[in-house]
Design a protein around this ligand. Structure first.
Ligand SMILES: Cc1cc2nc3c(=O)[nH]c(=O)nc-3n(C[C@H](O)[C@H](O)[C@H](O)COP(=O)(O)OP(=O)(O)OC[C@H]3O[C@@H](n4cnc5c(N)ncnc54)[C@H](O)[C@@H]3O)c2cc1C
Length: 374
């Protein structure tokens, strides 16, 4: 039987990042159902770092992650963030209101006239645009680079990673937890449940209440463009009500209908109708001329009721922690969220560094979800 201080369930970005942080202080075993940690949400993202996207706490965690990205890049010699502006576009009243709200709430936003937006984004149909704003601090993310750097770090610190090892059962006795995963049984003092869309299933195997995770499907596709300028220089363009977005991707364009359909945990299929709708909307607003889809995929963005991440243990179930509900921001805020989660799991309190993020541990703890329900 293996033994460790902590077992982390799931080796996606959440599990890998918190395992790397925890392995500084504790012995760690990571158990992952799939053959790699990139089979689900982590391998299906749009790889964008968007400081003006998400709730105030998500934005704070994203901003706090920027210096950590820089530190990991400096250590590995591979830049993980490459600046790419984010252009928010309004073409109707609701999206105009959304741009106004973004400018009011985000320090990064710069308002643009339609003509200025076109100068920044030459294939824009400026006559369609009612208002626009740009966030020049946004970036493309090297998701695989970040994920691999966490695996390198945790292994250098002695952590064990067990792939093809789905958690079957979790039991507690006087000596701690016994996690049965694949062929293995691991004895540990603490469990971190970072199983993405499956967190409630894993909690159930431990006899612990779930957090009512809501997996939501998001479709993405890549398509060639008729735009004859330098595609790589284009910003990420997004409808301010998040009905579509499009960004350069290796000489092609990566687009999404920004769908958010509630589904069960699993491997979702891309929604063809949603793709057709996005192509039409992108064509109405730009002259990119996206028509033939080369490749399409879908993944899960997992939310709880208030759309904030969940970090911590139910107060009635100490020693079993959740790191879940990262929604559409689980890569961009991973470095800071992992530090904060490691503080909570290892010390049961925030360090000076993670307290400075301005996100209270109590606000992220699962107990808030039952308070909200009552
Ligand atoms: C189309 C799309 C675009 C996105 N774009 C962005 C973006 O631009 N920027 C951004 O920051 N975020 C983005 N996201 C969100 C981001 O991908 C997620 O927030 C992040 O990947 C979540 O990571 P995770 O580790 O929680 O989940 P996952 O990567 O799904 O990992 C969970 C892991 O748990 C494992 N597991 C499940 N059950 C068990 C079990 N019983 N035993 C052991 N292991 C188990 C699974 O196999 C899986 O590997 C996007 C998501 C999608 C779908």
């Amino acid at each position: 039987m293996l033994s460790s201080d902590v077992v982390v369930v799931g080796a996606g970005m959440a599990g890998a990042s918190v395992a790397a942080e925890l392995s500084k202080r504790l012995s760690v075993v990571v158990v992952e159902a799939a053959a790699s940690g990139e089979e689900h949400s982590t391998g299906r993202s749009a790889a964008a770092f968007l400081p003006s996207y998400g709730s105030a706490w998500v934005r704070a965690l994203t901003e706090a992650s920027r210096p950590l990205y820089d530190a990991i890049s400096a250590e590995s010699g591979v830049p993980l963030l490459q600046l790419r502006s984010l252009l928010w576009l309004a073409t109707d009243e609701p999206s105009e209101d959304a741009v106004t709200e973004l400018v009011r709430t985000s320090p990064h936003m710069e308002t643009l006239t339609p003509a200025q937006a076109r100068a920044l984004y030459p294939p824009l149909r400026a006559e369609r645009v009612r208002s626009a704003a740009v966030d020049r601090s946004a970036a493309d993310l090297d998701v695989a680079g970040l994920h691999q750097s966490y695996f390198r770090t945790m292994r250098q610190r002695g952590a064990t990673v067990l792939f093809n090892s789905a958690v079957r059962d979790i039991k507690r006795d006087g000596q701690g937890w016994h996690v049965a995963a694949g062929q293995h049984v691991i004895r540990c003092a603490k469990v971190v449940n970072a199983a993405g869309a499956w967190v409630d299933q894993v909690a159930d195997r431990a006899g612990i209440p779930g957090i009512r995770i809501q997996p939501r499907r998001r479709t993405a596709f890549v398509s060639p463009t008729r735009y004859d300028g330098d595609v790589c220089e284009l910003p990420l363009a997004v409808d301010a009500c998040e009905r579509w977005y499009v960004k350069p991707e290796a000489g092609l364009m990566l687009g999404s209908p920004a769908d958010a359909t509630e589904v069960s945990p699993g491997r979702p299929r891309p929604d063809e109708l949603e793709i057709a709708r996005a192509l039409e909307a992108i064509e109405e607003t730009t002259t990119l001329g996206l028509r033939s889809v080369q490749r399409a995929w879908a993944g899960l963005r997992n939310f709880v009721a208030d759309h904030e991440p969940v970090v911590g243990a139910w107060s009635a179930h100490e020693g079993f922690y959740f790191l879940a509900g990262q929604g559409g921001y689980g890569i961009q805020m991973a470095p800071a969220l992992a530090r904060l989660a490691a503080d909570i799991v290892a010390e049961e309190a925030l360090s000076g560094e993670t307290a400075a993020y301005g996100v209270p541990a109590s606000g992220l703890a699962p107990d808030r979800l039952s308070r909200a329900a009552t």
